[in-house]
Design a protein around this ligand. Structure first.
Ligand code: 13P
Length: 250
């Protein structure tokens, strides 16, 4: 039985005081009945240390939203995986569509970042997903399948079983348009099948595959109860403790 992982992605929102206030409120709302769900918040770099400290006894994990693929060097504005490890990060998002779209992140750089993260204990959340145009052209399986193959290239099977893949159709991000539970489950199952072909059935059974894109308290339960959806990557609704807790308690 795969444990679900509900992760928040705050993107470029909140300051340190707001992150700490969220943590205090969220801890108050958490109960101990989370037998099948792990919880994670991926915050901007400047809040990571304070958030990690504020959540330290809560069991809520903390992650970053990006990293660089070199150990160190003249890469102004970048953050290495070693720097994130020093902060005790549990996860790091790789290849979010906003990074692919606005910061020219390619499958090649995503792949390098995944390899670099596996030199640490930080687990990657790899984001994949098609645009509206690609879905309308019925190319979604080809697009997502190619991303999965290219981004996981050269990893060992035991590493791949530690990767979390987030299927985030670009047309559903921040738009209020959610993929139907059938559409989301169908793609998560396809991703699992692709992972199985590349790395074996055991890995496919173990790997966590999340859905992301306008996950809200009112649709979390139907999405998270689907057979191949192992969690959610939540943007807007993770910014407020009362909506995020409802998704965690789906
Ligand atoms: P929304 O939940 O705001 O649509 O964002 C989804 C997302 O991009 C999470 O990474």
């Amino acid at each position: 039985m795969r444990r679900k992982l509900v992760a928040g992605n705050w993107k470029m929102h909140k300051n340190i005081a707001e992150a700490k206030a969220f943590a205090a409120e969220f801890i108050d709302l958490l109960d101990n009945k989370r037998d099948n769900v792990d919880v994670l918040i991926c915050a901007p770099f400047t809040q990571l240390a304070a958030l990690k400290e504020a959540l330290k006894d809560s069991g809520v994990m903390v992650g970053a939203q990006n990293c660089h693929f070199e150990d160190e060097g003249a890469f102004t504005g970048e953050i290495s995986v070693g720097m994130l490890e020093e902060l005790g990060m549990d996860f790091c998002i790789v290849g979010h569509s906003e990074r692919r779209q606005y910061f020219a992140e390619s499958d090649e750089t995503c792949n390098k970042k995944l390899h670099k993260l596996f030199e640490t204990s930080i687990r990657p959340i790899l984001c994949v997903g098609e645009s509206l145009e690609e879905r309308e052209a019925e190319k979604q399986f080809e697009i997502v399948g190619n991303q999965v193959k290219a981004d996981l290239d050269g990893l060992k099977a035991d590493q791949v079983s530690q990767v979390v893949i987030a299927y985030e159709p670009i047309w559903a991000i921040g738009t209020g348009l959610t993929a139907s539970k059938e559409q989301a489950n169908e793609m998560c199952a396809y991703i699992r099948q692709t992972v199985g072909q590349l790395f074996g059935e055991e890995v496919a059974e173990k790997i966590l595959i999340q859905y992301g894109g306008s996950v809200k308290p009112n649709n979390a339960s139907e999405l998270l109860n689907m057979s191949d959806i192992d969690g959610a990557l939540v943007g807007g609704a993770s910014e407020k403790s009362d909506s995020f807790i409802q998704i965690v308690n789906y």
